[in-house]
Design a protein around this ligand. Structure first.
Ligand SMILES: O=C1O[C@H](COP(=O)(O)O)[C@@H](O)[C@H](O)[C@H]1O
Length: 282
């Protein structure tokens, strides 16, 4: 198993969520891999499997540390169940497909992981609502057959964030931010192309045991300050008005961490010491 300098928090839901931890990393790849491996091991020890939802965009390539020789063989991949946190409604081999990215960067490198990875139903890319409903059914099969399960509880949800503060396919000011009961929702007006997508909803994200944002580069400066710093009155207003979807990610009984590279963390430089130095080691 990995020799973590700091272990992931114990696999214990709590009543009052701790403040998010913010890690500043020179290079995200290794600490992110150590963190994911640790959360996976905790989940597998606790209940025999690891359910993870992974975002697209730049995130899949940030997971390449999981394939490093020192870590890949320590992971019990046979217990992993991998979902897409959101998906663009394009063919699965399209350059915009989040599944394609994830498959190329991670899934295809691990024998048999494809059989426990859940892409959207390819025949439904032109039917957003049906695609969302079909994805809910896929999730029900893995999480529970019972209709009575209110929300699935992922062991880990890995999120990116756009410069506008969007996360998954939840965009600023979009009506999907108000969805309270659906597990997966569709949209046809994404401001970032392609316009047709499906996405996990906020309640599903906020039911997870662990949620991690992974942000690299300077383009997310304003959103990071608004969400983690809230320094200026304008920034505070933006959060209050729910303009920034990523600010609404607050797991009710889970743990929230942010992995920032140097360029992203520089946005918070004058707010030290809210950023914690590197914690996770292979
Ligand atoms: O469109 C999307 O964008 C976000 C952010 O992407 P990034 O490339 O800036 O990391 C991503 O998290 C989401 O999965 C994707 O569909």
């Amino acid at each position: 198993m990995t020799d973590s300098k700091e272990t992931a928090p114990a696999f214990v839901p709590h009543d009052s969520p701790p403040a998010p931890k913010i890690y500043r990393e020179t290079d995200l790849i290794e600490p992110l891999a150590a963190y994911v491996a640790k959360v996976a091991q905790d989940a597998i020890s606790h209940h025999g499997r690891f359910t993870v939802a992974i975002s697209g965009g730049s995130l899949p390539s940030q997971l390449r540390g999981l394939l490093a020789p020192g870590i890949r063989d320590t992971i019990d991949w046979s217990r992993w169940h991998v979902f897409l946190a959101d998906e663009r409604l394009v063919p699965l081999d399209h350059e915009d497909s989040n599944y394609r990215l994830l498959r190329e960067q991670l899934i295809s490198h691990i024998p048999d992981l494809d059989s426990r990875t859940y892409p959207i139903e390819a025949s439904l890319v032109d039917n957003p609502e049906e695609a969302a409903d079909a994805y809910i059914e896929t999730m029900r099969r893995v999480f529970a057959a019972k209709e009575s399960v209110k929300f699935p509880v992922f062991d880990l949800i890995l999120l990116g964030m756009g410069p506008d503060g969007h996360t998954c396919s939840l965009f600023p000011g979009h009506k999907l931010l108000q969805r309270r009961s659906t597990w997966v929702a569709s949209l046809t007006d994404s401001p970032k192309p392609p316009p047709q997508r499906i996405t996990l909803t906020l309640p599903v994200i906020n039911h997870a045991h662990h949620v991690a944002f992974v942000c690299a580069g300077g383009s997310k400066r304003d959103a990071l300050r608004a969400i983690l710093g809230q320094k200026t009155p304008e920034e505070q207003e933006a959060v209050k008005d729910n303009l920034l979807p990523a600010a609404r990610v607050q797991p009710a009984h889970g743990y929230l961490v942010w992995f920032l590279d140097e360029a992203a963390a520089a946005a918070l430089d004058d707010l030290e010491p809210i950023v914690t130095p590197t914690q996770y080691k292979l």
